[in-house]
Every structure is written in C-alpha cells, then in structure tokens.
Unconditional design. Sequence first.
Length: 415
Amino acid sequence: MSATFKCTIDFSNGATFDPALVLDDPSTPLDVAVLGTAASEIVDVTQYVLKASIKRAYNRTSDSFTAGTAAVRLIDRTGLFNPANTSGALYGKILPMRKIRFTASYAGTEYALGSMYVQSWKYQSPTGFDPAYVDLNCVDGFQLLNLASISTVTGGTAGQTTAQRITSILDAADWPTGMRSISTTATTTVQADGGTTRTALAACQSIETTELGAFYINQQGYATFLSRADIISRSGGAYTTFSDSGAVGTVTYQAVSFDLSDFGLINSCTVTRTGGTPQTVTDTTSIDTYFLHSRNRSTIAQTDTDSLDQALMVIASRKEVGADLRMESLTIDASDSAYPTRIIAALDLDMFDPIRVIQTLPSGNATSDTVITGLAYDITPNTFFTTFTTAQPFASGFVLDSSVDGLLDEDSLAY
C-alpha cells in the first residue's frame, strides 16, 4: 500500500479551513468544527487531479520563510469546473480565494500536506479529442496577511514578548484565532508599536527578525510563530537518517544534492534596534579564511544587550558554514509500498526536523547533518515524490544529549 493523496476544495466564504459549526448538524461537532459565517461547502476533487505540485519554502538569502504555493491541474470531462456552465453543480461557486486542502493517508494516519487558497482558475477549453482542463494557482495565508494593511496595533505596548506582539498583529489583521500556533517560550521583549502603515505580513516578519525565530504558515494553514528556543529544541531532536545503501536503520532516497560553498556564511554581523546603538560581532579566524562576509539586521528589541546577543548567535551559527559539505535537497518516493519507513518519512517530517544524509562515494562517504526548512510534494495519480530542502537556521545552540546540537567544541550556548 502506498500513500493515498486527497484534494478538497471548500467553496464557502471565510479564511477558516476547519468545518464551520452549524447548530444541530452532526457533521460539524463541537471540538472539531469552529464558529464560521457560513456552513462549509467541501467538495472532494481528488478524482479530477492530474498533477499537483505543493511547495512550502525558506529563502536562504533573506533567512525567512516565503509564501507556500501550489499548482494543480484538474481534468474536466463534464463541464463541472466550467464557470460559464449554468447547469453545473459548481456554477457561481468557482471564485478566487476558495480554500483548498491537500492531505495524504497511509496505514490509517492522515497527514496534512498544505492548506491554501485558490488564487486563480485558468480554464482551458477542450480541443479536438482533448478534454478541458483547469489549472489552479494556489497560495497560503501569507497572501492574506500581505493584503491586510494595518497601522494601530491594539495592545502593542513596550514590554510585550515577541509571541504576544505576533498575537496582537494577527488580531489587528482579523486573522482567525483558531488558525494560530504561537510559541509559548519566547522571552525577548519588544518596543511599543510604531503605528506606521504596513502590511500585517511585514509586521510579523519584523518580529520574526527580532526574535531570531520563524514565522510561516504550517501545513494545516495556521499562522505559526516559533521562538529561537523552539527552533533549537526541534533541530536538536533525534534525526532521521537517509542513505543510498539501504543500511539497517536508514531510509533510502531517490536523489540528493550536496553543496560546499560560502552561501549563507556570515563572519561580521551588526544588529541595530530602533533607537539603539549598533552592536557588531566579528570572527577574525573566519574572515582570514573566507574573507569578509557581513550582514546588517534591524530589530525592535528593547535593549542593546538583545542586539548583541543576536549578533553573537548569528556569528556562532554561520561563521563556518563554508567548511562542511552540506545537503541542499533530498528527494524520496512515497509511492513504493515496499518501503513503509520511506513513505512515513515523506509524509511526517516537517520544518526544522533534523536529518542525516549519507551518500556512498568511491573515495569516502559524504555525510551531512542538517535540518529541514522547505518541503515540496510532486504528485500524479501514479507517482508521489517529496523533496526536502535544508538550511542552517540562525537559531542554533547547545542541546544536552543531542547528537546534532549537543557537540562540545562545536555548538554554542544560546541566549
């Protein structure tokens, strides 16, 4: 048995993916459904999917997450998805920003792959013997936050933690409270909100930078904020080992790419908080070896000490990035029922999960310990491939008993 893909579209209004709570409707029970403006109108379109490409990514240049996207092609033999078909069951419902959800099931467990919004429907009329197609371009909640302009942030007072400020910003943008996953471990505090006009996404990403954390939309469609402590804890957990040899305890893969470059290397970092004194940290050994690679960062932290601590952590995590062979991407097949551990890894691994990748080479194996920062799924009725991309997060520190982040003389204490 291989992974079973499923794609559903909710044609109701509103941003919430979970079914709307409707009184006296047994299909929307308490603790499962959430309050909504209208009942859900969910249609399973899996049988029409010819191909789907789902991507949630991390920008290694800006060291921040980008919007998740998906491209889906549906076949239309009956005119179901023709927006001009007045007798069609979906007439009047094929509109931009309808909710679309991707899942996969294996061995009785359902895994979320992405929850997004259909930004456009591109209908291709039938020609000759070819049926009609409709191409869906989809984007996650970053698009909604990027379209939401805010100025006043109620509760945005000095002394809020970064997690509290994220919550205040999401409130200002009217982001559904039931679609949030906010850190409970954030300790960095921020200045009073400046009240300037900007997008809610830009405001959240400013807090992400201040915390040295992560802000992204997770596979359930929730606005997710991780503190640096969360990232360090996740990346310091037990890793999943992949190899091309099929050795016991490892998961086989289909393709891998490695990189040995100065991409992401930083040996001089200046962090400046609004109204504060620039705090600069350098590593002369790294500069002597790789030449100067500098980075400037701006935050709204309350103290210069926070700025200095951030600069120290950035240098500690990035000063030797070019010294080790690093995995860039790893592709595994989730459609081969002969390898259940591979299928589970393809569906279950997520952002900041640690992995070890081994490639057998004639002159010595290439081994890379890293963390996942991007996921892509490429699916057809007969194939299912997952690709992990990786990066070295800024937030790294010593984790007791961790085989990844618990190495003496290599890992540094976090702030």
